[in-house]
Write a protein that binds this ligand. Structure first.
Ligand code: NBY
Length: 758
């Protein structure tokens, strides 16, 4: 309401993925009504905590990118920015992971089964989205114009999800589109008597928003995925232009009122759709339309690898969106002409920078399109920003250095401390004598002065102990394994990927097991007990990742049932990792692992959540870890492994690379069937053999074990550990998504807060 009245410039956040998790606890916390709500419920005979657990997660995304969108929505609302989120209302979210005999199976997540009480269906807020057909040339008063004659129409219906801010009356909206059959199509079919086809087509329309693609690595060039992308951006852009026109009749003012954020390349057809709407529907000249487009888009990429960048086969686009292909060609033509003026006829460079990739299959390079058409191109950490300039988009950086920036990711302390760790939240507020840190996380640095205070230590340890008890209960319920809360809880939870190196973690665990087995009984008394906790989903088609999950179970089976080992070492795999599972696991973790091969993790955000909860990090110098080191100091973490500039050098060595004997030994144990299933694990073992070990598990193994030994040593020094834990929380202020959003607002979007009066 307040935005409508003041009509500020708005930010429209476009993302194909949001991992919102549960809404109840978060909403009542942000609204400041948690206590009253709990009281009211108890009068009705319900317990808030029990009730809140009943809610299922909204899991409309894969991993870090999707949870980042959710954290940023929370920050946008809390900081009073005039913002809208746009996305797709998938009927099936990210698959449920079911483990049978240690293997991952995927089951559909029909999250709308019992309805979704949070969404508001806006049946009248609907737009037609068109596909296929041809482009004709028509004469308008002597002027030739392109006219797209599509032959399929689907209706996009809005579902609004409120996002309340904390400590403000502002609530913003996440508008998710659902695909519905268009009545217009039906009428035509009924008139031609094609009743059966009409019904079949109705069903087909709905498939567009039916399922989230569960792959977080590769773009597969599938038609439905492309339809999803276009369906989403077309509906969003129609809605945004409609809202603009309510109060403005001069379309040239559009950039003064509208900023659009592209969350990776997935929504970047929005660029082409805006050109189409302005030129074909609003009758603007190309140059006027282009002038507008160049001012409104900011683009953030979340990947490091050039092969992670999305490409759309030209043939596919031509059949689905023929007019859009023409527009892309025109954008590219103008760009290449401009480029020739700047760099001359350097064909190698021209072809690398072209939006069109020539070759056996012609592709549209969505990243190039996004860079060419955005005024701001962002990485997600300092080192990622550098990589964009020096590797991924080097040629573009040389051309347009002013476009390139980075905004280090963050996480919202509202969900990741206040809601998921209420006792730590209360403790922090008590010692800082204020709750202001919930809106200004830099204030956490005030804890530093109490880092050695004995009273704080006692209370801090008590909070952590209760969280560990809760986690231990959950582990037993999910896996049947009883764990001791006196052991160090060592956690790695994230999507399963070779570059994230869960395999390295498991090899380290095998080594630990092997060492304990080979020890004299007396020496075992010196072993620091550990509970190793691993969780995460593998993309359904990612074979090696699935083998890592099976290996984890096979090793766990052996270790957990070995009477020699007892409580000295346990390994558990937490099934069906999700936002809600993370909320339970993170507060109970002593140590967490962020061990990607240096140069591969664009940022990483779970590390920030562990850090704010006082968990120590064992990590490589990759992504945002580099900035965490700057904040809390290397002394308060366990760092190891090759640095990113050393990685290519090590790879270069190939078969001449020196690998420690212990590494060869643990891999051999798997190969020799010590944990069973040796045939199944063969290709996994092959992937880390010398000469083949792309992610450098062998090269980093020794220093990994050293970092683990340092963690053991620190853990037995109770005072030191607690101090490091307090300093971790105290140093986490920079990693609030509030800071990230302030940076985007000031440096990319040009927007100001707009606060509703109380
Ligand atoms: O984005 C992650 C990065 O790996 C991580 O380092 C970073 O912290 C995080 C937030 O910036 N990327 C990610 O989660 N990517 C995806 O989930 C994803 C999803 C879909 C597709 C590609 C990647 N896709 O091609 O459809």
């Amino acid at each position: 309401m307040c935005f409508k009245k003041k009509d500020p410039k708005r930010i429209y956040f476009l993302s194909l993925e949001y991992l919102m998790g549960r809404a109840l606890s978060n909403s009542i916390t942000n609204l400041g009504i948690r206590d009253q709500y709990a009281d009211a419920l108890s009068q009705l005979g319900f317990d808030l905590e029990v009730l809140a657990e009943q809610e299922g997660d909204a899991a409309l995304g894969n991993g870090g990118l999707a949870r980042l969108s959710a954290c940023q929505m929370d920050s946008l609302a809390t900081l009073d920015y005039p913002a809208w989120g746009y996305g797709l209302r998938y009927q099936y979210g990210l698959f449920r992971q079911v483990i049978l005999d240690g293997y991952q199976h995927e089951q559909p997540d029909y999250w709308l089964n019992y309805g979704n009480p949070w969404e508001i269906e806006r049946i009248h807020m609907a737009y037609p989205v068109k596909f296929y057909g041809t482009v004709e040339e028509e004469d308008f008063n002597g002027e030739k114009r392109k006219v797209w004659v599509p032959n399929e129409t689907v209706e996009a219906v809005a579902y609004d999800n409120p996002i309340p801010g904390y400590g403000t009356r502002n609530t913003i909206t996440l508008r998710l589109w659902a695909a519905k059959p268009s009545d217009k199509n039906d009428m035509e079919a009924y008139n031609t008597g094609d009743y059966i086809n009409a019904v079949v087509n109705r069903q087909r329309a709905e498939t567009i928003s039916s399922v989230l693609y569960p792959d977080d690595r590769t773009y597969q060039g599938k038609e439905i995925r492309l339809k999803q992308q276009y369906f989403f951006v077309s509906a969003s852009m129609q809605d945004i232009i409609r809202r603009f026109k309510v109060t403005h009749d001069n379309i040239d003012e559009f950039p003064e009122k509208v900023a659009l954020q592209l969350n990776d390349t997935h929504p970047s057809l929005a660029i082409v759709e805006v050109v189409r709407l302005l030129v074909d529907e609003e009758n603007l000249s190309w140059s006027r339309a282009w002038d507008i487009v160049c001012q409104i888009f900011s683009f953030t990429t979340h990947t490091v690898l050039p092969e992670g960048l999305e490409k759309i086969p030209v043939d596919l686009l031509e059949s689905l969106l023929p007019r859009h292909l023409q527009i892309i060609y025109e954008i590219n033509h103008n760009f290449i002409e401009e480029l020739k003026k700047r760099i001359g006829l350097d064909y190698d460079r021209l072809s690398k920078m072209s939006i069109i990739e020539e070759g056996a299959v012609k592709n549209i390079r969505m990243a190039n399109l996004s860079v060419v058409c955005s005024h701001s191109v962002n990485g997600v950490s300092k080192v990622h920003g550098e990589l964009l300039k020096t590797r991924v988009f080097k040629d573009f950086y040389d051309l347009w250095p002013h476009k390139f920036h980075y905004k280090t990711n963050g996480a919202t302390q509202r969900r990741w401390i206040v809601v998921s760790n209420p006792s730590l939240c209360a403790l922090i507020s008590k010692w800082l004598a204020t709750e202001a840190w919930i809106r200004d996380m830099d204030l956490l640095s005030g804890l530093q002065e109490y880092a050695t205070n004995a009273d704080l230590h006692r209370e801090w340890k008590m909070v952590r102990k209760v969280n560990k008890m809760r986690l231990a209960e959950y582990i037993e319920a999910m896996t049947g394994v009883k764990v001791s809360i006196d052991a160090m809880f060592d956690v790695q939870i994230k999507r399963i990927h070779e570059y994230k190196r869960q395999f390295l973690n498991i090899l380290g665990i095998i080594h630990r097991y092997d060492c304990i087995k080979n020890m004299e009984k007396n020496d075992r008394r010196n072993v620091v007990p550990r509970v190793c906790i691993i969780g995460g989903k593998a993309a359904p088609g990612y074979e090696i990742a699935k083998k890592i999950i099976k290996l984890c179970h096979a090793v766990a089976e052996k270790i957990n049932n070995d009477p020699d080992i007892g409580d000295l070492l346990k390994l558990v795999f937490i099934p069906d990792y999700s936002v809600s599972v993370a909320e339970l696991v993170i507060p109970g973790a002593d140590l967490s692992q962020h061990i990607s091969t240096a140069g591969h993790e664009a940022s990483g955000t779970s590390s920030m959540k562990f850090l704010m909860n006082g968990c120590l990090l064992l990590a490589t110098e990759d992504g945002s870890t580099i900035e965490i080191i700057e904040e809390i100091g290397a002394d308060n973490m366990f760092l190891f492994g090759a640095k990113s500039h050393e990685v290519p050098v090590l790879r270069e060595k190939g078969p001449a690379l020196k690998v420690p004997l212990q590494f060869a030994r643990v891999v051999r144990m798997i190969r020799n069937g010590y944990f069973g299933f040796e045939d199944y694990f063969e290709s996994l073992c092959d992937s880390v053999e010398v000469g083949n070990d792309f992610y450098l598990l062998g090269a980093d193994f020794e220093s990994y074990l050293e970092a683990q030994a340092a963690a053991d040593k620190a853990f037995v020094d109770d005072k030191k550990w607690t101090q490091m834990s307090i300093l971790s929380t105290a140093g986490s202020g920079r990693f609030s998504s509030d800071r990230t959003i302030e940076e985007y607002a000031a440096n990319a979007w040009g927007i100001e807060p707009c606060r509703c009066p109380f």
